[in-house]
Design a protein around this ligand. Sequence first.
Ligand SMILES: Cc1cc2nc3c(=O)[nH]c(=O)nc-3n(C[C@H](O)[C@H](O)[C@H](O)COP(=O)(O)OP(=O)(O)OC[C@H]3O[C@@H](n4cnc5c(N)ncnc54)[C@H](O)[C@@H]3O)c2cc1C
Length: 441
Amino acid sequence: MKRIFPPHAYSDAPRQSCYWNTTTDTPDYPAAKGTMSADVAVIGAGFTGLNAALHLAEAGEDVVVLETHTPGWGASGRNGGFCCLGGSAASDQLLKLQYGDDARLEFRKAEWEAVKYAQALIAERGIECDTHSEGETLFAHSKAAVKSLKAQAEATERNLGVTCRFIAQEELAQNGMKGPFLAALTTPIGYALNPLKYTLGLVGAVVRAGARIHSHSPVTGISHGNGFTLTTPEATIRAKRLVVATNGYSSDDVPKWLAGRYLPTQTNIIVTRPLTDEEIAEQGWFTHQMSSDDRFLLHYFRLMPNKRMLFGMRGGLFSSPKSDIRMHQTIRQHFETMFPHWAHVETPFSWHGLVALARDLTPYTGPIPEMPGAWTSLCYHGNGVAMGSYAGALLADQMLGRSGARLHPKVMQRPHRKFPLGRLRRATLWPVYAYALAKGD
Ligand SMILES: Cc1cc2nc3c(=O)[nH]c(=O)nc-3n(C[C@H](O)[C@H](O)[C@H](O)COP(=O)(O)OP(=O)(O)OC[C@H]3O[C@@H](n4cnc5c(N)ncnc54)[C@H](O)[C@@H]3O)c2cc1C
């Protein structure tokens, strides 16, 4: 498979000390073997693939899910668990410029639909996934960022009719938000969850709906013509239709159409041991809100109900055992700067994974051009808990001829364009990172 990061990024090493692995057992499923057939083959058992499989199987389709490792092994089982608005990295101005104002607004509404979809799914299926937080809180680190929080509050009110709560600097401490921030803004949409438990809850629903799941079954080749023939190390699978749900773990040749159309980047997380009540009081951070700042390096953090602090940030551009150590040192340093009273607190869990960016900074959910019968959805720009789940359901709607059942915004209907530089496209990020780091952002 042609992948654009070094093999280390696709190995088990980056997720070895993922906190979520200690919170639940991951069921294994047998590898696909021999000759098999299905109505629909789904490649990838993360939020996108599992949600597509769920609705297809419940509609009576014979579905087989093929996963290189185990369900949730990719980003879905190792993310920060922020189930919130997002999916695109484009500003309102850029969306308006690229797609027009109606389409911009439609996409903002779809972000909210995605959160409602994921929350309803979790409630209806009784998925226990340790939810907490009332919406999300964004923190400003500069005067310019305070201004942009106010603009964001106005935009959310205008776009969605939702009133956000602005918290001035002098009110932060009494809200348990003592830190190097100048203000905060709470948007009352979404909550935090344990992503692995959510994924495994989905897996249970998919299996109950009658779909077959095969772990340890990397699809290494796809041929098409009168349906699809997929090759894994031990099986050949014939399927009438196909869903490619591989996001940041995609390959440039499975299928070939993907070549150059997604850009994986890394993001990493640490989790502390449980903090004592004294340590929490000393730092003055006792809110359980899912929180982030709006720096380019994008810190995201939340004090979980079990008093462990989760802290994440954008990861480096390199992948190797050495760069993992550097990435860990960097995130520790940022954690200690933001929460100096916890500088002595151990972080026994430290991991990272791949998310995917698109050239137009928007996700695509729809048919794969040039491959009739094949569908894909990818590039949620690091915000796929809600949007990846929703996009999976959107794929199933389209494949079942139920388009219109859910809001499918125009913004998500334009197939991804190619990045420049082909398999060297990771290099397009280097100047962006270098500039942001030089600015101290
Ligand atoms: C560290 C981290 C933190 C994040 N935090 C958040 C957050 O807090 N909130 C949020 O909204 N989003 C977050 N994200 C992003 C979010 O996790 C992803 O957008 C989402 O999980 C994507 O889901 P997916 O199903 O499309 O892809 P994935 O979950 O990545 O699944 C793709 C699967 O495809 C499999 N695969 C790939 N190629 C093949 C093949 N050829 N054959 C078979 N299987 C294959 C992979 O093994 C993988 O399991 C984070 C991501 C990471 C890595």
